[in-house]
Design a protein around this ligand. Structure first.
Ligand SMILES: Cc1cc2nc3c(=O)[nH]c(=O)nc-3n(C[C@H](O)[C@H](O)[C@H](O)COP(=O)(O)O)c2cc1C
Length: 208
């Protein structure tokens, strides 16, 4: 199954375009494999609350690493309410072979809509081994190797470190459309062509 998430606050979005191209290609190649779509910007998941932290503490204290046993942590009415939010989100992730995330860079990092989803579905010592993550991203500037802004890329670095360090997933692919701000910012007008090349390459890679 392909789990497809989008996190851009806008409809006319480059990260959405790239994720939709990727999803179309993937689904055409595996028509029977199943597909779930979730728009984290249009239908945000709530931030975690106190009862969620109690679920998390219980899971850690009891060393529950089997995701199918997490429900045991929901003992009080408030905890059951918190679990009712987590359960469908986590079930989608567990059922997925590939988790595709269309996300912009916001303030050197990821949108809070995506972070809220990650906070909801992540528990201590949780493994998602065997799955793949694909991230299609758009960003206003350029953050590739050797660029002045490379050290400020807390979007790819954060997600890559998190998927690898916490979920133990090594199969992580990033497809970036860069310099999107060159379409708007007169100071970056000279980089418009470079942006167009980055976008075209990202679209080609997503379609592959
Ligand atoms: C709230 C906000 C914060 C942004 N922060 C950054 C940033 O830190 N670095 C950057 O290169 N671009 C930044 N941008 C530009 C976006 O990354 C760019 O517009 C991108 O295309 C948005 O993705 P989308 O086209 O999928 O909506 C920001 C845009 C917004 C709306």
């Amino acid at each position: 199954m392909l789990l497809h998430l989008d996190a851009s606050a806008r409809r006319e979005s480059f990260s959405r375009k790239l994720s939709s191209v990727y999803a179309e290609t993937w689904r055409a190649a595996r028509p029977q494999a199943g597909y779930v779509y979730r728009d984290l910007a249009a239908h945000p998941v709530p931030h975690i609350g106190e009862a969620w932290t109690e679920l998390c503490d219980h899971i850690l204290e009891r060393q529950i690493t089997d995701i199918s046993r997490y429900h045991e942590a929901a003992r009080s009415p408030a905890q059951r309410e918190a679990w009712a939010v987590v359960e469908p989100l986590l079930a989608e992730v567990v059922a997925a072979e590939v988790i595709l995330i269309g996300t912009p860079m916001y303030n050197y990092s990821v949108p809070s809509a995506l972070k809220a989803w990650l906070d909801q579905i992540t528990f201590p010592k949780m493994s998602l081994e065997g799955r793949s993550f694909v991230v299609t991203s758009a960003r206003g500037g350029a953050y590739g190797p050797g660029t002045p802004r490379e050290p400020y890329d807390h979007q790819e670095r954060y997600l890559r470190d998190f998927f690898r360090g916490h979920y133990r997933v090594r199969d992580v692919t990033f497809i970036h459309a860069e310099l999107v701000n060159a379409r708007l910012d007169p100071d970056l007008a000279h980089l418009r062509e470079q942006h167009e090349r980055s976008l075209a390459a990202a679209l080609r890679e997503a379609a592959r």
